[in-house]
Design a protein around this ligand. Structure first.
Ligand SMILES: Nc1ncnc2c1ncn2[C@@H]1O[C@H](COP(=O)(O)OP(=O)(O)OP(=O)(O)O)[C@@H](O)[C@H]1O
Ligand SMILES: [Mg+2]
Length: 313
């Protein structure tokens, strides 16, 4: 659905030209959520604006369904919806419903179609009871949900979301996440930026991490998480381990930490799938309460990749 190829964007700054986006390529298929992550100033919003045709890149191109939309917002708008950072394209004096209908007709829906679609979306994000309130009287979270509805009015096949859950309360954030999942199931391609790693981990099929305008890691979320997980095992027993048991485990020569009389942390050799069995054998006959392998979360991966200590691919 989306193919962004070798995007480059430079800005003038006091010290000369800065390269905000440095040959970034991204692809998102229908039905897929790509989390586009990076620290402040990494170039995420600039990239998203290029994808939406709102900024003309200094290099590279953007294809939507094979159609070149580089620097052409009107062309891009036909197949994409965007909720961009900070700017919500809402008219403050119009009501929620009026905003959606107005936007829908701009996107070539008939007034009747626009009204139907607006009702459907307001129900989806649970804003029906506020549909006749002017935007200026809605809370920030409600405005955010309305901005999402607006982006979805013309059923775009690509959705760009720049920090969609920022500042939302728990229920609203859950509603937005559920909506994103539903849209992906319906075949919409979704490009999502967020600083909330838990949100990214929950929603994204794939991740792309950038740092100072460059891609430093891309991959399937599950594979990325697996590759950053280490063979560190936590073993909780029911009843304390005897000194001879602990000595036997030490005898294996693996890094070991005894966090408590019933609590062991052992690092088994990389790639040795049988190691844990050897270890557990030594703990016999003490009952075991829990065996847990370290699982990296996206926050850990992000921290490692962005601080430059992780592997890049
Ligand atoms: N219009 C502009 N003029 C000059 N520099 C800009 C402009 N827009 C962005 N930049 C610079 O480009 C770089 C990337 O900014 P961008 O907004 O894309 O980052 P971001 O990844 O979205 O960050 P954040 O997480 O803070 O939203 C920054 O150094 C920023 O100062
Ligand atoms: Mg940004």
């Amino acid at each position: 659905m989306l193919q962004a190829e070798d995007l480059v964007k430079r800005f003038k700054s006091r010290t000369g030209l800065i390269t905000a986006v440095d040959r970034i390529s991204l692809a998102v298929e229908g039905g897929e959520v790509l989390a586009f992550l990076g620290p402040n100033g990494a170039g995420k919003t600039t990239t998203i604006k290029m994808v939406a045709g709102l900024i003309r890149p200094d290099g590279g191109r953007v294809l939507l369904d094979g159609l070149d939309v580089t620097g052409r917002p009107a062309r891009a708008a036909a197949s994409l919806g965007a909720v961009l950072e900070g700017s919500r394209n809402l008219y403050w004096r119009l009501t929620a419903l009026e905003n959606l209908i107005y936007w829908g007709t701009l996107r070539r829906l008939s007034p009747r179609q626009a009204r139907l679609r607006a009702g459907e979306l307001l129900r989806l994000v649970d804003l029906e009871d506020r549909q006749h309130n002017s935007v200026q009287t809605l809370s920030r979270g409600m405005q955010q949900k309305l901005a999402l509805c607006q982006a979805l009015m013309h059923r775009p096949r690509l959705l760009l979301l720049d920090e969609p859950t920022l500042g939302l309360d728990f229920a609203s954030a859950e509603a937005i996440k559920a909506t994103v999942r539903q849209l992906a199931r319906d075949g919409v391609a979704i490009l999502l930026t967020t600083h909330q790693m838990d949100v990214a981990q929950e929603l994204a099929d794939r991740v792309a991490i950038i740092r100072t305008g460059r891609l430093v890691l891309t991959g399937l979320t599950a594979e990325v998480l697996e590759s950053y997980s280490r063979p560190v095992w936590r073993i909780l027993t029911r009843g304390p381990l005897g000194p001879e048991q602990v000595a036997a485990v030490r005898g294996l020569g693996w890094p070991l930490e005894q966090a408590g009389p019933e609590d062991l942390l052992v690092t088994t050799p990389d790639g040795d799938a049988q190691a844990i069995y050897r270890l557990l054998e030594l703990l016999r006959p003490t009952p075991i309460r829990l065996v847990e392998r370290h699982q990296a979360d996206l926050a850990e991966v992000f921290q490692q990749v962005v601080s430059g200590t992780g592997e890049a691919s």
